[in-house]
Design a protein around this ligand. Sequence first.
Ligand code: MLT
Length: 404
Amino acid sequence: MARINSDYLKLPGSYLFSEIGRRVRTYQAEHPEADVIRLGIGDVTQPIAPAIIDSLHAAVEEMGHPESFKGYAPDLGYEFLRQKIAVYDYKARGCEISAEEIFVSDGAKCDCANIQEIFSTENRIAVCDPVYPVYVDSNVMAGRTGEYDPAAGCYKDVIYMPCTAENGFAPDLPEQTPDLIYLCFPNNPTGAVMKKEQLQKWVDYANRNGSVILYDAAYEAYIAEEDVPHSIYECEGAKTCAIEFRSFSKTAGFTGLRLGFTVIPKELILEGVSLWSLWARRHGTKYNGAPYIIQRAGEAVYSQAGQAQIRAQISYYMENAKYIRENLHSAGYTVSGGVNAPYIWLKTPENMTSWEFFDHLLAGANVVGTPGSGFGPGGEHYFRLTAFGSRENTVEAVNRIIRI
Ligand code: MLT
C-alpha cells in the first residue's frame, strides 16, 4: 500500500499567502462593493522595463528560426548570463565568484526550498523568528524539524533566533549550535539589515563550528545605506561556509517571468565533499534550466539602459516605502524597515494580535497586509506592509489606515 509523507501533516493547513488570499476572497464575496487594496504579498506591480521587453521580443523571434532556435538550456544556465552576474553582482563589489559557481534557476524561492535536499536530515536548522515561511516549511516536508508545538507556535527541533526591536531585528548568535543557518538580509519580513561587521560575526561563527549559512539576498537591490553588504561574500571567509540565493523578481520585476540564481563556491566542502558538486548533480537530475528567452531578459537587466530603468523602478517602490513609513509614524504607529528593503514592519496598535489587526484593516479600511504571526511566533503583534503597490494605491491605503 502506498503511504504518504506524513511530515506534510505537521504543516499549517495552507501556505501563509494562500490563507490570506482565501480570507480576502471570502470578504469580497460578502462585500462585493469593497475596493480592496492589496499590500500583502510582496508582488511587484510595475511593468517590465522597456530594455528587458526588447530583449524578450528578440529572443522570442530567435526561437522562430531554425538557425537561432534553442532547445534545452544548459543545466546550470547560459554562459552569457552567468558571466554578467559574476562581473556585475560580484566582481563589481570586490567578491571573487566565478561564472561556474553560479547556478541559474527559476527563482530564489525554489532554490531556498530545495537546497536542504543536499544536507542530511539529521542537520539541525536555525532560523530567524520571524522568518520567511519557505525555509521552515521545506524542512518540515523533509522531516528535519520535529513535531509542531501549537502552544509555542514552534517546531521542536528548530532553533528559533529571536529578531526583536531590542536587537534591531537582527539575531544574536544562538546558544545551541546549528548545522544549517538561514539568514535573509535585507530581511523579509522585517525590512531590517545587518551591517558588514555583524554579518562577519556570523561568517566567523559558521567557519568555527562547521555550520553552513544559507543566505537569502533576494532584496539586495533595495539597499540604500553604505555599510550594508549586498552579498555575504563581501565578508572574509564566506566562501568556505555560505551559499547565497539571489532573485530577479524584486530586482527587475520578474515575479511572473521567473529567474534567480544560487551561488555555491567551489571551496565549500563538507565531509570532504564539494557542495557545488551535489547541487550540480541535483540540478542536472531535477531541472532542465530556466528558459532561454527569460535568461536573455535577465541579461538585459545588466545593460546600461536596463540598469537605469530598474533603478528607476526600485526608487519608485522605495518612495512608496518612505510614504508608508513616515505617514504611519506621524500617525502614531511604531514602524521599522522600509529604508533598505521594500517591507514596512509595524507594531499592531492596542496590543491587537496580528490576525485581529488583519481583520480590522480589511473590514475598516479595505486594506490587505500580512499578519506578522504568519512568519513565526516572534511576529505576533506585528504586521507587514509591502511597498510594491502602485503609488496611487499606496497613498490611498495609508490614508485609509490613518483614518480608522
Ligand atoms: C512575500 O510576500 O514574502 C514574497 O512574495 C515572498 C516571495 O517572494 O516568495
